[in-house]
Design a protein around this ligand. Sequence first.
Ligand code: FAD
Length: 447
Amino acid sequence: TPAVMWFRRDLRLADNPALLEAAADGDVLPLFVLDPALWGPAGPSRRAQLGASLRALDASLRQRQASLSVVRGDPVRRVVQAAREVGAGRVHVAADFGPYGHRRDRAVEKALAEHGIELVRTGSPYAVAPGRVTNGSGDPYKVFTPFSKAWAEHGWRAPVDAPAGASWLALDDTTDIPDPELPDGLELPEAGERAAARRWRDFLDERVGDYDTDRDKPGVEGTSRMSVHLKWGEIHPRTMLADLARSRSQGAATYRKELAWREFYADVLFHRPETAREYLRPEFARMPYDEPGEQLEAWQRGRTGFPIVDAGMRQLRATGWMHNRVRMIVASFLVKDLHLEWQHGARHFMHWLVDGDLASNQHGWQWTAGCGTDAAPFFRVFNPTSQGRKFDPAGGYVRRWVEELAGVEDPHEPDDEVRRQVGYPSPVVDHKEERREALDRWEKIRA
Ligand code: FAD
């Protein structure tokens, strides 16, 4: 019987168990549904990146005399229509555990069942599906370290090959893969599973050994930049974990832990879907916050007058990516220096990040804001200037992204005269004062 392979966040042919299941049924229709509910709110970088990733998947399929059928509309209607058109008995997917995807899939499953068609979930975007790792009493873990131990003990299947010799179907009436225009100055990484495999190979060959020491230096190409490929499933973490298992370096062990954070946050969001918007620790909702205004705008535009913050915010706008250390610094600044709720910052991140992922983003923000899972304690307030000096000691990162400061001797703390000369703004707040203010506000909810 023909089958549908409905691609979502798994835009690859290699190591895709759902695709293997589809090919085992019979002829396969590779389908992607452009869902206005997801496409609408996605920012320009994520839309462009998705378009590029879909074109890459289509190109991989074309090498196998197949093509990706792309349709636009509500998946409940579109998937049923596509399945009926090709006479499919089953629609195969990798399970989606995000709040929206989970609901959508249940609705699609019900609609398909009315036509006697089955929705089959095989695998997920994670090595271990959210909800699987539980403690002795069957409850989810609330803290990362015990989660990561249980996660490693749980284990995962070995990578699988792309299906050999499958035969393919296509829909008659499809829409073009979108190719949205990029805002001025935005440059995005290469998309697709081949680009992902190449980047991963380069990282393993050249940088994983130094990952442990270089990953916190934003001025050094010390991290893998795999987040965007993981976001769209151009590579599966299982493939990466299998490669890491062959290395004995400390870098490989640390990298594995970072992948576990990704899985942990997906697990947390699965159990507590409301935390995509709400405080994981509800007492933080009672803390007094300021209303967003000009300072939020200065933060968004990279004009706070704090060089490391501005460098990060400008890197985000120029590349759709920001270094993890700097994500923490700018997030802490928004919450503890500007006293704004984390959701304002998280929304801006989701708008511009190419790797924007609801679980990692909302919980990365909540962790930094002190209101998340085993969060950094609220009273530990980052000093943006000393963070800059510590992690970007030669100032190369700041000089690269804040062009006004490119020729300045001490780009982390330019004095008033230098700021005037080069046209770089004065600090929008006094960090020492705002630190005190943040702690005062926190005292109110501690009681
Ligand atoms: P590497 O250092 O090479 O890490 C390897 C992989 O491990 C990453 O690709 C990612 O999948 C995972 N990883 C690493 N650190 C984390 C982490 N702290 N939490 C979860 N997974 C992690 N990551 C996203 O993928 N999407 C987001 O929207 C996102 N938003 C964030 C917001 C804030 C405020 C913070 C503090 C962190 C956020 N992160 C997010 C996590 C992290 O910053 C990025 O995953 C990382 O910078 C991506 O670059 P890389 O692939 O070079 O990372």
